[in-house]
Design a binder for this molecule. Structure first.
Ligand SMILES: Nc1ncnc2c1ncn2[C@@H]1O[C@H](COP(=O)(O)OP(=O)(O)OP(=O)(O)O)[C@@H](O)[C@H]1O
Ligand SMILES: [Mg+2]
Length: 249
């Protein structure tokens, strides 16, 4: 079953008297448990599309379904509860609340979470250990390094054990070693919990671990590579290949 499905999603921004189409009729299906990576140049619409998928922003047109529920039709309080229960989001800029300590930041999503059977304490301990945050928990974000801030943001996104985790450049501020560790943690939790992972990244070493890589180009999303290694660089190339196959038959 597709856990996330978008149909002809459009998002436009008005800048002065110009209209920017940041996301242009994007349709995407992500299966339960899949890891998909989205690459593309700066300004191509990756962050905008990810926030729409996660219900952090609303599209101008199109449908966005998570577990079959169209989140574009939800009222904002219903949407916040839904997000708290089923999704996690790692922001491109970590977005920690400056007046809260690392631990308080990590626990914020548990306020919106209604999973009665779920006790987060064991999970919290594991996250703190694997993200190596033990001795920084009572510090404010301004007292942490960039990498530590990012790891706090990752713990915050994972605290509710979300079924779908959205990550916008989660390793963007980290060096190679830390980036690889964070990826290993994301992949391990994904395995344990059957989590679905939708990640924007510039890092091709990381994207290569994904089941599928999509490319965003000027608001359009195309499949770039899937795990069988099949590459589709553009729609035009795809059509060329299809024609070649056709004439070979
Ligand atoms: N709130 C906004 N108001 C106006 N324009 C916006 C807004 N957010 C994004 N845009 C525009 O939409 C386009 C896509 O931006 P977006 O942030 O999605 O790109 P991106 O692919 O994530 O880039 P980067 O790799 O630099 O993070 C850009 O032209 C940007 O200027
Ligand atoms: Mg971005």
């Amino acid at each position: 079953m597709a856990i996330l499905e978008t149909e002809n999603v459009i998002k436009q921004f008005k800048q002065y008297d110009e209209v920017v189409t940041a996301v242009n009729r994007v349709s995407l299906k992500v299966e339960d448990g899949e890891f998909i990576a989205i690459i593309g140049s700066s300004g191509s619409g990756k962050s905008t599309f990810l926030s729409l998928c996660a219900g952090l922003d609303r599209p101008n047109a199109g449908a966005i379904k998570i577990r079959g529920n169209d989140i574009t039709k939800m009222k904002s309080d219903e949407l916040s509860r839904f997000r708290g229960n089923f999704t996690g989001f790692i922001y491109q800029r970590h977005n920690l609340i400056p007046q809260f300590t690392a631990l308080e930041n990590i626990l914020i999503p548990t306020i919106m979470c209604n999973k009665e059977e779920f006790s987060y304490e064991e999970h919290l301990k594991k996250l703190i250990k694997s993200l190596d945050l033990g001795n920084r928990l009572h510090h404010l974000p301004s007292e942490l390094s960039g990498g530590q801030q990012q790891r706090v943001a990752i713990a915050r996104a994972m605290i509710n054990r979300p079924q779908v985790l959205f990550a916008d450049e989660p390793t963007g501020n980290l060096d190679r070693e830390n980036a690889d560790e964070v990826l290993a943690l994301l992949l391990a939790t994904k395995e344990q919990m059957g989590q679905t992972l939708v990640m924007v990244t510039h890092d091709l070493t990381i994207a290569d671990h994904a089941d599928k890589i999509y490319k965003m180009d000027n608001g359009k999303l195309t499949l770039f590579k899937d795990k069988r290694g099949y590459k589709r660089v553009s729609y035009e190339e795809e059509m060329q290949e299809a024609k070649a196959d056709f004439s070979a038959e």
